[in-house]
Each structure stands twice: as structure tokens, then as C-alpha cells.
Design a protein around this ligand. Structure first.
Ligand code: HEC
Length: 222
């Protein structure tokens, strides 16, 4: 029995000629788009635009993100009504503490209020700091110089004027002077009365640009 031609699959394959294979492949490959042709170089100005954006975003975050500190801006914070917030009183002791420690009084009297032995008198338990408002306001407004006894110890130096008076490098407003003195009189265990802005304004109006006081002059003021 003879096998009919082409009934064997191997024969079938063999029948595929090299040419027909190539032709088929060429057809397939030819229908594929040229991969390389689809890539283009990134335009250079696009690179500049994106670098610029990243730089801008970085600078912006740096400037406005508040170091992502929740204390700086908390959008979820439940607030009371706007009017109530505006009406909240500003504590002069809090304001005064900041003023005191912001390269002002603390550079000499120290944050502890203890001064420097032999050179700068203490404010803690000082009969001047906690004494009559009339004297302590004058000291901070116009400055102080010459011999003074504080807590039984003698000093002889000078303190600069802080008020808005001639020769003051600080030019503090009356409410700043009042706040810092209220703080001094109620910190470190001191328990003297608060100093009001009105009282400071009154003394400034009365004394004008008085030169730095001496302890002797001040002791004459009740
Ligand atoms: C440059 C240093 C200096 C600075 C700043 C300074 N003081 Fe004085 N302060 C002195 C000296 C020194 C005396 C004593 C002056 C004297 O010997 O006559 C004095 C005295 C005083 C006194 C009276 C004496 C006493 O110890 O109670 C008070 C109150 C006072 N200072 C408060 C302040 C306050 C409040 C500030 C900030 C607003 C301040 N001083 C900033 C140096 C300074």
C-alpha cells in the first residue's frame, strides 16, 4: 500500500520552502511599525520647564509650609467664633517675657533675673523691681546710672533707656514698657502689681526726654 503524497505532516513541513518562510516573515515584520522611529529626544526646553517647576515648588514649600509644624497652622483646629478670638485678652506677662528675653533685658539681667554679681543687679526680690511703679517705670523709660544698692549689695554702673525717648536705641512703646515691667514684677516669685500702659504714658508725658536717673533722684519720688 503506497502512502499518498503529502499525507505525512513532516513532508508537509518540508514543503514550506525558505522563500515562502522569508516572505511570510517579511510580511509580519513589515506590518510592525519601526520601533526606533517612535522615540524622539526629549525637547531640551521641556527639561528646563520641569526643572524650573521643581525649583519653584521647593522654594514655595520652604517659604510657606511652616516646616509642617502643626503649631504653625492647623486647618482642622476647632475654633470658637471669630469675635471671641479677637476679644481674647493679650496677657502682658506672656508678651513681657518675650520682650525681656529677646536680646533686651536678658543680656544683662539674665533670663533668671539674677543679674551678674558685682556688675548687674538682680531683679529677683529686688526692692526696686517690685517697688513703687513711679520709680521702676522711670528706670526702664530713661535708664539708670550711678551708685545703687539692691538687696543689700552695692552697684555702680549704667543701664540704657528703653522708652521712646531721646538717646534710646530701643524706642519701646509705652505698652512694651508696661508689659516687660509687669512680667518682671510677677516672675521668679516676685509679686508686685501690674504696670499699665496708661501709667507709663503719664510718666513719659511728665518727664519727657529725661536723662538717665540716679538712685538718689528716684528715692525722692514716693
Ligand atoms: C546693658 C545692660 C542692661 C540692660 C540691657 C538692662 N539693664 Fe536693667 N540695669 C542694668 C544695670 C547696670 C543696672 C544698675 C544701674 C546702676 O548701677 O545705676 C540696672 C538696674 C535695673 C533695675 C533697678 C535695680 C534692680 O536690680 O532692680 C531694674 C528694675 C532694671 N534694671 C530693669 C531692667 C529691665 C526691665 C530691662 C529690660 C527692659 C533692663 N533692666 C535692661 C543693666 C541693664
Amino acid at each position: 500500500m503506497s502512502t499518498p503524497p503529502n499525507s505525512d505532516p513532516r513532508v508537509d513541513q518540508a514543503a514550506v520552502t525558505d522563500e515562502s518562510l522569508l516572505a511570510v516573515h517579511e510580511k509580519i515584520l513589515g506590518s510592525q511599525p519601526d520601533e526606533k522611529a517612535r522615540y524622539k529626544l526629549l525637547p531640551l526646553n521641556l527639561l528646563f520647564i520641569f526643572s524650573g517647576l521643581i525649583f519653584f515648588a521647593g522654594t514655595y514649600m520652604n517659604r510657606y509650609a511652616g516646616r509642617f509644624d502643626p503649631h504653625i497652622y492647623d486647618e482642622n483646629l476647632k475654633s470658637t467664633k471669630g469675635e471671641a478670638v479677637a476679644a481674647a485678652p493679650v496677657d502682658p506677662v506672656v508678651v513681657g517675657k518675650k520682650l525681656f528675653n529677646n536680646a533686651a533685658c536678658n543680656t544683662c539681667h539674665q533670663a533668671t533675673g539674677l543679674g551678674q554679681p558685682g556688675a548687674i543687679p538682680p531683679l529677683v526680690a529686688s526692692e526696686w523691681a517690685t517697688g513703687p511703679a513711679e520709680r521702676v517705670i522711670r528706670i526702664v523709660l530713661h535708664g539708670l546710672q550711678g551708685p545703687i544698692t539692691v538687696n543689700g549689695a552695692a552697684y555702680n554702673s549704667a543701664m540704657p533707656p528703653f522708652g521712646r525717648v531721646a538717646g534710646s536705641g530701643f524706642n519701646w512703646s509705652d505698652d512694651k514698657v508696661a508689659a516687660v515691667l509687669t512680667y518682671v514684677r510677677q516672675e521668679w516669685g516676685n509679686q508686685a502689681s501690674a504696670i499699665t500702659t496708661e501709667k507709663v504714658a503719664e510718666i513719659r508725658a511728665k518727664e519727657g526726654d529725661h536723662k538717665p536717673w540716679t538712685a538718689e533722684e528716684l528715692l525722692k519720688i514716693p
